[in-house]
Design a protein around this ligand. Structure first.
Ligand SMILES: [Zn+2]
Length: 290
């Protein structure tokens, strides 16, 4: 900038400051801007309220709980299959179905699953966990009981994400319920059911007759989560309402892009995490011969 141009600028600046009308106009503009900002903020708050309502709706029917689990599991260092199954280090998870990973039955006919809960959980969260366990005790012969000196047991802690091993692993086995993302009754039941030996419904050997997997909508690196497994279906029908079924947008490349679509009726609800379905309970009773 040349000295004369600088001088001119200073002069103009001085003039504009000195001009009362100009000042008033600027003030008006500032006020307008503030009002506009307030309106934008109001709108944003309303949007947030709408989002909150939508979230609550989804909580109520549980449709988006899979997303919750998967979101909670983002960033975990554990090697997970299908989003929340701990990759087995010592055995092949697929063989768990064939009785090698079942929990043992006591002489009174009850299947005892010993557990410990980390002191990370405050008492109201421990109560939530115990509440989820009671959902099994009420209608099956499975009893989650505080561990005394048993060798095989589940150790529930708040690690990164919600995940479990598949079936009884032998010794201490971890089950994670992150305090920030997994403390929902249905999510806890889902992980406990993995620990009993149940896989995801949509990986059933016969799933292609009941759901369409939209491979183009699946994040490429996550496609392995949709491989079919050699599951023991216990002669029970495919269950869209299973607590083990993923929601329609699990591992999706984009908002609202479905990865799993029920067929032939695409409107059938999937992905609920309200609680064990009738068939979930029936299967526990069949697998464990309750
Ligand atoms: Zn799962």
């Amino acid at each position: 900038m040349t000295p004369s141009a600088g001088l001119l600028l200073l002069l103009l600046l001085g003039l504009s400051r000195a001009h009362p009308l100009e000042e008033a106009r600027q003030e008006e503009e500032i006020q307008d801007q503030e009002i506009q900002n307030e309106e934008i903020q109001d709108e944003e708050m309303q949007n947030e309220e709408i989002l909150d309502e939508e979230m609550q709706d989804e909580d109520k029917d549980g449709v988006d709980m899979t997303t919750r689990i998967l979101t909670a599991n983002n960033g975990t260092e554990k090697l997970l299959m299908e989003g929340d199954l701990l990759f087995p280090t010592s055995r092949n998870a697929m063989t768990c179905w064939y009785n090698s990973c079942l929990w043992r039955k006591a002489s009174n006919g009850q299947v005892v699953v010993p557990y410990v809960v980390s002191s990370q959980f405050p008492s109201y969260e421990r109560q939530m966990i115990e509440g989820a366990m009671r959902a099994f005790a009420g209608r099956t012969c499975v009893r989650f009981v505080p561990r005394r000196n048993e060798n095989d047991y589940i150790s529930i802690g708040s690690q990164q994400g919600c995940w479990s091993a598949l079936g009884r692993q032998g010794g201490r086995q971890e089950l994670s319920l992150n305090r920030g993302g997994c403390m929902y009754g249905g999510v806890i039941q889902h992980e406990l059911n993995h620990a009993l030996g149940f896989q995801h419904e949509q990986t059933r050997s016969d799933r292609d007759s009941y759901v369409q997997i939209n491979w183009n909508n699946i994040i490429q690196s996550s496609a392995y989560n949709f491989q079919k497994q050699n599951t023991n279906n216990l002669n029970t029908p495919y269950d869209y309402s299973s607590i083990m079924h993923y929601g329609r947008t699990a591992f999706s490349v984009g908002y609202g892009r479905e990865t799993i679509t029920p067929i032939p009726n695409r409107n059938v609800a999937i992905g609920q995490r309200n609680g064990l379905s009738r068939w979930d309970i029936q299967r526990i009773n069949l697998l464990y011969k309750c």
